[in-house]
Design a protein around this ligand. Sequence first.
Ligand code: SF4
Length: 285
Amino acid sequence: MAFQLLTASNMGFCQGVRRAVERVMGVAEHETGVETLGALVHNREVQSRLEHCGVRAVDSVEDITGETVVISAHGVSPTVIDAIKTRGINIINTTCPYVSRAQQAALKLYEAGFFVIVFGDANHVEVKGILGWVGGEGIATVNVAELIQAIGSPAKLGIVSQTTQIPSRFALFVADLINSDLFRDAEIRIVDTICHDSRRRQKETLEMAGQCDLVFVIGGRHSANTRHLKEMCAAVADTRLIETADEIDPCTLAGKNKVGVTAGASTDDETIQHVINRLRDLGGA
Ligand code: SF4
């Protein structure tokens, strides 16, 4: 079988993840027992490479055994930072500047008396971190009906977004909220905290997917931005989320003329290259 192979012009490690991984790898070169608070990257391949270099992920502040801990690009709440400092542990903070911007936007809204809403996945570590900057008094949701049930109708509502959300969905959420009778008299302040890198990647991926019969999105199944890329591609083309080249089923390529490849922000260059090589072996050019 022969097919045309298209690749997204912007894929794989985003600025924030690349910066975090390079920093940790640099530290691991001359220090042993480097620990990260939670996974540094939501990608099993990258995590196992980090483990190979002696970097260990711990689940909580109580589990830290060394003198230094790394905070991932997703960031944490000030309470967590204080808990680490109280234990006398040094911090290597790789919080992405776009995430810090979202945290600070939420804090400013909170300090100005707004009830803070984070448009995002309440279980995602970045979102939990952002909510930590508003004293745990805000809420994370992607659903206005759910929001109304949970918070009633505060007089001042401040809205930020998880950095990797899809911009059109954020806009719809805000429109639904503004159109809701319950918030008619509220003062609503919106800060668009979707990261520029993620926004550009989504736009370019969608343009590529629109030309394809089949798209492979490479990334961890627990990675929020990878799942968002998959959802966007699936709206315009047959789409498969894969973590490694081994997951490519040659049968899916039968009858396809244009096959696209994109990757989430936590997918490393090596994994992407393996996928491209395998697709070339299977007839891609
Ligand atoms: S996706 Fe954006 S916000 Fe998240 S780590 Fe990457 S650059 Fe930072």
